[in-house]
Design a protein around this ligand. Structure first.
Ligand code: GLY
Length: 284
């Protein structure tokens, strides 16, 4: 049993030191809580639980604390994938729910597994997910600044994700995001696609970073396919990140293979992550 989680990128600037240590403390708490849960649950149940905890922490760009789009609205995307059944479910650009990942988890047992926009919102309401406003004061201030400065540069995203292997050796992944921030309404993130979130029987991978770059390289699905075809997890990460470099892409990834090897890599400084298997294995 092992799990690894990420909380996206943080800025290297001095003013962000506090945020970095706060994020690390949150990851430490959540990875420990996740492992306790994994003891009595499957990998797919655990990834949903862990990503829900990450969504509830306003430090991260998912659920509460999500980035705001150009029109002033928050649209969130989340997905989870069960490596043993190859079932994936997700929501794209859902609004006004507390935990997009729990709506995605609900969709796992339905035939139509990935819903977008109004369809996702309607599904959530039908299944008694109450109205919730995920906007925080900090994100609103960031949004107002971007609007006033006419500088709409993408903030390095703090998308969240979890990959885990349970006691039966089954892999699962979940990823959730508030997007890039100040993006055009209708833009689709990588997080609820197989580029940003993928698991099969051999490997599970979750990504953070610029969705367009991640989708261009089909990162998660490609890493998992490489591992399925016999490449080591470390080599699959290395090769895929070399390809990402060729397009000057920005991404960070976490993964676990069926032997329990854990890997993380990022194209730029610096992704925050933590891994746990009964003891804290690694944290940044
Ligand atoms: N990876 C999050 C996004 O680009 O939307």
């Amino acid at each position: 049993m092992k799990l690894i989680i990420h909380g996206g990128f943080f800025s290297e600037s001095h003013t962000h030191d506090k945020t970095k240590s706060q994020k690390q403390a949150a990851l430490k708490r959540i990875v420990h809580q996740g492992f306790q849960y994994l003891k009595n649950h499957t990998s797919i149940q655990t990834v949903a639980y862990v990503v829900q905890l990450l969504e509830d922490d306003p430090l991260f760009n998912a659920g509460t604390g999500s980035q705001i789009q150009a029109d002033g609205r928050i649209r969130m995307s989340a997905a989870l994938m069960d490596g043993s059944s190859l079932k994936m479910a997700g929501v794209v650009n859902i609004e006004h729910v507390k935990n997009p990942i729990l709506v995605a988890e609900k969709l796992m047992s339905y035939e139509d597994k990935i819903l977008g926009g109004t369809g996702a919102i309607e599904f959530a309401r039908t299944h008694h997910f109450p109205f919730f406003d995920p906007q925080t004061k900090e994100r609103k201030e960031e949004y107002d600044k971007k609007k006033d400065n006419k500088n709409h540069a993408t903030t390095r995203t703090s998308t969240v994700g979890c990959v885990c292997i349970d006691k039966l050796g089954k892999l699962a992944t979940a990823t959730s995001t508030g997007g890039k921030g100040y993006e055009r309404p209708g833009r689709i993130s990588d997080s609820a696609t197989v580029a940003g979130n993928y698991a099969n029987a051999h490997c599970g991978v979750s990504l953070t970073g610029i969705g367009e770059d991640i989708v261009s390289l089909a990162m998660a699905a490609k890493i998992a396919t490489r591992v399925s075809d016999g490449m080591t997890l470390a080599h699959a990460f290395e090769k895929s990140f070399l390809e990402l470099k060729q397009i000057d892409g920005l991404a960070g990834a976490i993964g676990i293979d069926d032997k329990g090897n854990i890997q993380h890599q990022e194209s730029h400084p610096t992704m925050v992550y933590a891994s746990y298997d009964g003891i804290l294995l690694d944290i940044f």
